[in-house]
Design a protein around this ligand. Structure first.
Ligand code: AP5
Length: 221
């Protein structure tokens, strides 16, 4: 099963992608996470991307596409994958199809998380991530066992540099400008499924599971 997960910043893409990856044994590829890791590792590409990310701007397509293409060559995508935060421009969507065609792969579904602006701001402002392994927490909804410390690796929990009110406003504005052409592109291929992401993490995952089980059943028929 090859999936894309879309939705505005803070919709819960990363959170649901990890649950989906674990349940269906997929490779999870998050471009945002790749950029953050490259920045923390002080890689030139990460430092360059950070200049755009901290302002809430998209990283230019040439940088993003080369990173994605390199990653897709390295990971075992034939076991199935979930792409999170990519594609984010129509050009990226078209290029992704070209890459997948070369690999004789295709997208099976695009999960589009739907959420109000008020809810996503609350989620983003309360988010904390592990500086070391990037695990995601929330100050009220997904607290670590020990405040400020990652349950998984003991790393320090920090706030993302782009989780400020200014950057969120810009990220949301860009999302509204760029997502429609991408959704239209996949809608024409009948691949888009809207998921209500207002519910809590567990209930949202039940919505996702129902959808994916339905798709699996149809594929078997
Ligand atoms: P990226 O990391 O992809 O950020 P984003 O799309 O803005 O999404 P977020 O990571 O903010 O949110 P999410 O939807 O994953 O929510 P999460 O699960 O963490 O990209 C960052 C930046 O990198 C971009 O702005 C851009 O600059 C650049 N970039 C990345 N990809 C690019 C590309 N393809 N092209 C160009 N540039 C690119 O959840 C948020 C919080 O809410 C968490 O604390 C979580 O615990 C909590 N939560 C989640 N679900 C629920 C729920 N159901 N109920 C209650 N709380 C919840």
């Amino acid at each position: 099963m090859n999936l894309l997960i879309m939705g505005p910043p803070g919709a819960g893409k990363g959170t649901q992608a990890i649950l989906i990856k674990n349940m269906y044994n997929l490779v999870h590829i998050s471009t945002g996470e790749m950029f953050r890791k490259a920045y923390m590792d002080k890689e030139p590409l990460g430092i360059l991307a950070h200049e755009y990310i901290k302002k809430g701007e998209l990283v230019p397509d040439d940088i993003t596409l080369s990173l994605v293409e390199e990653t897709l060559k390295k990971v075992p995508i034939k076991q199935g994958f979930i792409l999170d935060g990519f594609p984010r421009t129509l050009n990226q969507a078209v290029k992704l199809d070209e890459i997948l065609e070369r690999l004789s792969l295709k997208i099976d579904a695009v999960l589009n998380l739907v959420i109000s602006y008020e809810s996503l701001v609350e989620r983003i402002i309360g988010r904390r991530i592990c500086k070391n392994c990037q695990a995601v927490y929330h100050i009220t909804r997904m607290k670590p066992k020990v405040e400020g410390i990652c349950d998984l690796c003991g790393g320090e929990l920090i706030q993302r540099k782009d989780d400020t009110y200014e950057a969120i406003t810009r990220r949301y504005e860009i999302y509204n400008q760029t997502s429609k052409p991408i959704l239209d592109y996949y809608q024409k291929k009948n691949l888009v499924y809207n998921i209500n992401s207002e519910d809590n993490i567990e209930v949202s995952f039940i919505h996702v599971q129902k959808l994916l089980e339905g798709l699996n059943d149809n594929a078997k028929k």
